[in-house]
Design a protein around this ligand. Structure first.
Ligand code: ZN
Length: 93
């Protein structure tokens, strides 16, 4: 039995990174689902199993947008942010 489940619009999920389509959930086996692009099987789809929206979102988000703030600032330990002003610890009494 094959069936497709459309994802309610109330559920936030990434669009297909290739074509921008909203993903659908497809049942491949009883109790096994994939999240996939409705337009092409060659676009990303999750491994069969539980509905893994996190995996879909991870693979359909532009990586450049995910790497902001990832690299730790080497001077974090030495500076202190107060109301948007960066000051050195020496200046704080
Ligand atoms: Zn697609």
């Amino acid at each position: 039995m094959r069936g497709y489940i459309t994802i309610p619009s109330s559920v936030s999920c990434a669009s297909c990174i290739y074509c921008g389509a909203r993903p659908i959930i497809s049942m491949v086996e009883i109790g096994e689902y994939i999240v996939k692009c409705p337009n092409s099987d060659s676009h990303y789809q999750t491994e069969p199993g539980l509905i893994d929206m996190d995996d879909w979102n991870l693979h359909n988000t532009v990586l450049a947008n995910r790497q902001v703030d990832v690299a730790p600032c080497p001077t974090t330990d030495h500076f202190f942010s107060l109301n948007g002003t960066i000051m050195t610890l020496e200046n704080i009494d």
